[in-house]
Every structure is written in C-alpha cells, then in structure tokens.
Design a protein around this ligand. Structure first.
Ligand code: FES
Length: 187
C-alpha cells in the first residue's frame, strides 16, 4: 500500500522514564489534548490520527492497549484506527528508541548517495533498518520522500530535519545526540 508521508514534528518521549504503553485508559492530560483537537475537525473519526499522535507523544509508541484506549475514547472501531496507524508512518506500532531516525530512501536522496550514508549509520549504531540501538537511544527507519529533495540526502532525527548529509555530519549528529542523552541521564 502506498503511504502519504507528512514531514511534521515527531515528539518521542523518553520511554524509559514512564512506560505507560499497556495502560488501557487515557490519562486526563491525553484526553485534554485530544479534546482540544475536536474544534479543528468535523467529527470524532477525523480526530483519530491526531489522537494517536498525542498518545504516542506521551507513551512513545502505540501498543494494542493504547490503540484500544483511543478507540474507546473516540468510539472509533479499533480496525479503523489500525488502518490510520498503518497508513501514516509516523505512528509507531512497536517500541522505538528515544530518537527515531527517519532516513529518506527516495529518488533524489538515492542519487545523492544515501545508500552509503545509511551504511554509515548502520555501522556506527550496529543496527539495521527497523532496529533500535543497544543503548535504547536510536531507532532507524527508512522512509519515502521527506519533501526536502533539493537538499538531499536528508533524514529526520526526532523533531529535527538534517539536510545535505555527509558521513561527517552523520557522525556529528549521532555523537551529539549520544552526548546529550548521556548528560541527561547523569542529571
Ligand atoms: S527524495 Fe529524499 S527528501 Fe525527497
């Protein structure tokens, strides 16, 4: 199935601090944020994607329990929400690291050598696409066009778009992220 990719901000919580993935009830905060979306859409069903994004922001990913919680709250069949989650690649249906790397594999990035750069990431983090690094920080996911083709090759790391990638810039991005998370864990 083809996918529509929306290069919007992805917020990934530090999942290690608050594992709420198996909770079958939405929190008051999640409900409040979902309720705020109602004014932007015509009906509850249309709020489904935003609701999944909100719950993912709080829980790190969308487990079956989280999907059911959204289904119950919005009175939308789970299968319908599952379809939304599958269609939009930024809804994660399995646990991810603190930083999700969305690595563009479409034509412009391919022409500009993304395969070599992806190999660099895989070698540096010792992971393949779909996997999370041993320290739990990085998950590497391949993605179609991120909409920044004139600055190819590009990738998103968490909320940030990184353009005109080189092996050196990839090393710097990953090393900086590692340092930041190491600093946070010692605070
Ligand atoms: S092909 Fe990579 S951003 Fe468009």
């Amino acid at each position: 199935m083809s996918s529509v990719f929306e290069p919007e901000v992805v917020e990934v919580m530090d999942f290690s601090k608050a594992d709420r993935s198996t909770e079958t009830q939405l929190s008051a905060e999640e409900k409040r944020e979902i309720d705020a979306e109602f004014s932007h859409y015509e009906d509850k069903a249309s709020v489904g994607l935003e609701a999944l994004r909100i719950v993912q922001k709080h829980r790190g990913w969308i487990s079956d329990q989280s999907l059911q919680a959204v289904s119950d709250y919005l009175d939308i069949p789970p299968a319908q929400l599952e379809g939304v989650a599958t269609f939009f690649q930024l809804i994660f249906r399995q646990p991810v690291g603190k930083e999700v790397i969305l690595f563009c594999k479409s034509a412009s990035c391919w022409i500009m050598g993304c395969a070599r750069l992806q190999a660099r990431i895989e070698q540096k983090l010792q992971i393949a696409p779909g996997q999370t690094s041993g320290d739990g920080i990085f998950t590497l996911l391949e993605t179609p066009c991120l909409g920044d083709c004139d600055k190819a090759p590009v990738m998103m790391v968490g909320e940030e778009m990184h353009r005109n990638l080189t092996e050196q810039s990839i090393d710097e991005i990953i090393d900086n992220k590692k340092r930041r998370h190491a600093d946070e864990s010692t605070d």
